[in-house]
Design a protein around this ligand. Structure first.
Ligand code: LLP
Length: 430
């Protein structure tokens, strides 16, 4: 092949005897049993990522609160909770899911820039371990809810450190131009106010500067700014015992360029391990991205002008990152491409009726014909969770694999279930 074929790069997903395996299960076997498209996740890969993180952070004691927005499959949540992780949630729905997965409320951190009063009430009633406050208005509302139920609610203030994370503009959150957090300059005043509010137990600070960050410097800058604030909060006579350092750790979509996790750990320890605070991080993508694939079947090929299109049965509704962020996921044919196969540049596109329904132009894939199976790689984070039923295409099934076992962890949505939610006004003729 001329251009380089990007091969799978995690231990749990790869070719054996010419076939793609996830752990010890041939992907083709799962496809034959359940049909396509489907997401499949390697449980061992997820566990390994947690171990890697812990090793990199050691000897600092850092609580990992998995950002479940990346992938909220209940089986994965149970596995992560079993490993001792807490959860970072951003909605009432995520609260219900994480409680359903059996995560202790104390280990739940509730982030998010727009929590409704109802969501705050639900979180307080459940007794979550921490609410991350993003504005003074939200602070006052939490104080009111707390007073009404006669509770003291543990909060930290999310500050916006005004650090550019050097990632895609749509997933940058920590600059003064973004909607997130309390402005760095206002943090001291708001902290002082929070410390006086009955009903509020103001414990510390949170930051999160963006996602898919592969450069270590923005993390250093952010942690240094946090350390500086800790000093200033104490200098003004307030107590601070907790820091939540957010997520953002970038992964590799092309076999290269993920975050250097060992350096990340070293920087975190160097800047914050001695500041007398309990530390939490909220990684999402890093934990699950590389553990997942989206498996699809080739439907048709066609040529338009000089371009070749391979139409597959998964679409932008199943995986919208390419359409939304121009993201590029590697494609691994289930039958291993032979080294000498001639590459045939082609656009891999879905069946959805718009031109943004493309996974991109691939230069190094072997010719794929109707009935061939392929996997879109690095699809464990922000893929299934962001899917929709656009074009009345049901949400696809999710399979969990561990060793030689696998199970249908989430059924395919049915059109019948969708139809059940709808009703016509009585004046509309049947
Ligand atoms: N904490 C907070 C407050 C967050 O907003 C996020 C992600 C995380 C933690 C986890 O970040 P991670 O470790 O996964 O980078 N849909 C986009 C990513 C959006 C990230 C939103 N916030 C994508 O597909 O790239």
């Amino acid at each position: 092949m001329t251009a380089e074929f990007v091969r799978p790069h995690v231990a749990q997903i790869g070719y054996r005897s010419g076939e793609l395996f996830i752990e010890q299960v041939p992907v083709r076997t799962i496809a034959e049993k359940f049909g396509t498209p489907f997401y499949a996740y390697s449980a061992s890969a997820v566990c390994q990522r947690i171990e890697m993180l812990r090793d990199a952070l050691h000897p600092a004691e850092v609580q990992i609160c998995y950002a479940m927005k990346a992938n909220n499959n209940l089986s994965l949540l149970r596995i992560l909770s079993g490993l001792g992780c807490g959860m970072d949630i951003v909605s009432g729905g995520e609260l219900e899911r994480t409680l359903a997965a059996g995560v202790p409320a104390q280990k739940i951190v509730f982030s998010g820039v727009g929590k409704s009063e109802q969501e705050i009430k639900a979180a307080v009633a459940a007794g979550v371990g921490q609410l991350n406050v993003e504005s003074t208005e939200e602070l006052e509302l939490i104080a009111k809810v707390a007073r009404n139920v006669g509770r003291k609610v543990p909060v930290v203030l999310r500050v916006n450190p005004d650090v550019d994370a050097a990632t895609h503009p749509k997933i940058t959150t920590g600059t003064r131009h973004n909607k997130f957090g309390i402005p760095y300059e206002a943090a001291l005043t708001v902290y002082a106010r929070a410390s006086t509010l009955p009903g509020i137990d103001c414990l510390g600070l949170a930051v999160h500067i963006g996602s898919q960050i592969t450069d270590i410097l923005p993390f250093r800058k952010t942690f240094e700014r946090v350390a500086e604030l800790v000093g200033r909060i104490r200098a003004q006579g307030n107590t601070i015992t907790r820091l939540d350092l957010g997520g953002g750790l970038g992964v590799s979509y092309d076999g290269r360029s993920g975050i250097d996790i060992v350096t990340y750990g070293a920087i975190l320890r160097e800047t914050l391990a001695d500041c007398g605070c309990e530390l939490t991080i909220e990684p999402g993508r890093f934990v699950v991205a590389e553990a997942g694939i989206l498996v699809s079947e080739v439907l048709y090929n066609k040529v338009q002008g000089s371009e070749k299109f391979t139409i597959v049965d998964a679409g932008m509704n199943d995986l919208m990152r390419p359409a939304l962020y121009d993201a590029r996921h590697p494609i691994w044919p289930i039958a291993e491409p032979a080294a000498e196969t001639l590459a045939e540049p082609c656009h891999i596109v879905g069946p959805v009726c718009e031109s943004s329904d493309t996974f991109g132009k691939y230069e190094a894939l072997p010719p794929l014909v109707s009935g061939d199976l392929l996997a879109l790689g690095v699809a464990g984070a922000y893929c299934a969770v962001m899917s929709s039923s656009y074009n009345a295409r049901p949400l696809v099934q999710e399979i969990l694999v561990e060793g030689n076992r696998y199970c249908l962890a989430r059924h395919r949505q049915t059109v019948a279930a969708m139809l059940k939610l709808e009703q016509a006004g009585e004046w509309i003729a049947a």
